[in-house]
Design a protein. Structure first.
Length: 361
């Protein structure tokens, strides 16, 4: 299949007339059952008509994704939620007022309009109203209901820039709307409102603290930060190996000096064994590492910068055929929880904890 690529002039700002024309064309493709990748403020989505079973099946095929992993339905007007959810509790209205449009997805009981092909066989539906202007225009042009998982091949890091969508989806879908680099870089927070108290199934930019200010008590899916739980996660997609680079990733946590010493010593040893070693470093420690490839993920003090760069860096390491990767660990408070959640999954929960002043190596 030939994939048409259209580049937006707006980035994530105001749409130009040409941008609007391109998004109208993309909307027509969706209405006819085709697939279009598009930017959102979190990551790129791979869109299809949410009410068209065949479109949802095509999304699974293009991603190589297991079909028990439900898709998020994207809307552009709050009132459209009443068409896809059979019940909308007051909590949904309250958090929509606080965080929509934006990086928050709600799980609600689904209406009969939404086919099970879109919800991975579940009786619930995930709903999100993105804030990216191109995403909103596209959803409106497509008729209001766009099912979209992240636009990556299943298992790979989600694309935070159009070039990575091209890498995974060229020849597999009808169109790619190129809006450059997205703003947040990690997928939306998912909150399940079908349980009481509401439960966070995937951490993201909208944090537990932010949600609790609006809703009162909010719980977290117990398996979010631990890899060893025997229980399956409640968002089916969280159980799959995810975000994983090809090289073996290890997170090293502890006092900065010990982390640098440990990583440099491992890197020297592994290099001698013929491995190509990469390091994910904070800006502050960048110059201290000795390895084949050392990349800055951003300042330790700026979680938004770290989130925006993380997936791109994992993809760059793939391209550079790095076989062993070491990453510094990050605080898992607030938005940091989302960063650590993705990093831990990318590392298959391989973590080395170092202590002050001990012989660690
Ligand atoms: O930021 C985002 O949410 C991006 C952009 C494109 O909007 N989308 C995204 O979609 O990350 P995806 O399909 O890659 O991740 C959706 C997650 C999966 O883990 C899936 O299992 C979960 O949402 N999910 C979807 N519907 C669900 C449901 N009814 N119940 C529980 N989990 C659900
Ligand atoms: Mg995904």
């Amino acid at each position: 299949m030939e994939t048409k690529i259209v580049k937006l002039e707006c980035g994530d700002g105001i749409l130009s007339p040409e941008d609007k024309a391109a998004l109208k064309e993309a909307g027509e493709v969706l209405k006819k059952g085709g697939l279009v990748a598009f930017p959102t403020e979190t990551v790129y989505g791979l869109g299809g008509d949410a009410f068209n079973k065949a479109s949802s099946q095509k999304i699974y095929a293009a991603k190589g994704r297991p079909s028990d992993n439900p898709l998020i339905v994207h809307i552009c007007r709050f009132e459209d939620i009443y068409q896809i959810a059979s019940w909308v509790p007051g909590e949904a209205e309250r958090i929509a007022r606080a965080f929509w449009p934006g990086p928050l997805t709600m799980i609600l009981p689904k209406s009969d309009l939404v086919p099970r092909e879109t919800t991975g066989g579940l009786d619930t539906v995930a709903v999100r109203m993105p804030s990216h202007p191109a995403a909103r225009e596209l959803i409106a042009c497509a008729g209001g209901f766009v099912a979209a998982p992240s636009a990556n091949t299943s298992g790979k890091p989600s694309p935070a820039a159009a070039q990575y969508v091209v890498e995974d989806m060229l020849g597999k879908i009808d169109m790619i709307v190129d809006g450059g680099q997205v703003g947040i870089g990690l997928e939306s927070t998912i909150i399940d409102l079908t349980v009481s108290p509401p439960q966070i199934l995937r951490p993201g930019y909208v944090t537990r603290e932010m949600l609790e200010k609006v809703l009162g008590t909010v719980e977290e899916d117990a398996v979010l930060l631990s890899g060893d739980s025997k229980k399956p996660p409640r968002a089916p997609g969280m159980k799959y190996r995810h975000y994983a680079p090809r090289g073996e990733l290890t997170i090293v946590q502890g006092p900065q000096e010990e982390v640098v010493r440990y990583i440099n010593s491992r890197a020297a040893k592994e290099k001698a064994e013929g491995e190509k070693v990469g390091v994910i470093a904070t800006k502050e420690a960048l110059s201290l590492y000795r390895a084949d490839v050392v990349k800055s993920v951003g300042s330790r003090r700026d979680e938004e910068e770290i989130a925006r760069h993380l997936y791109n860096i994992l993809r760059e390491f793939d391209r550079e055929a790095v076989t062993k990767i070491y990453s510094e660990g990050f605080s898992s408070r607030g938005f940091g929880q989302a960063i650590m959640n993705r990093l831990l999954k990318a590392a298959g929960y391989r973590v080395v904890e170092l202590k002050e002043g001990t012989e660690n190596i």
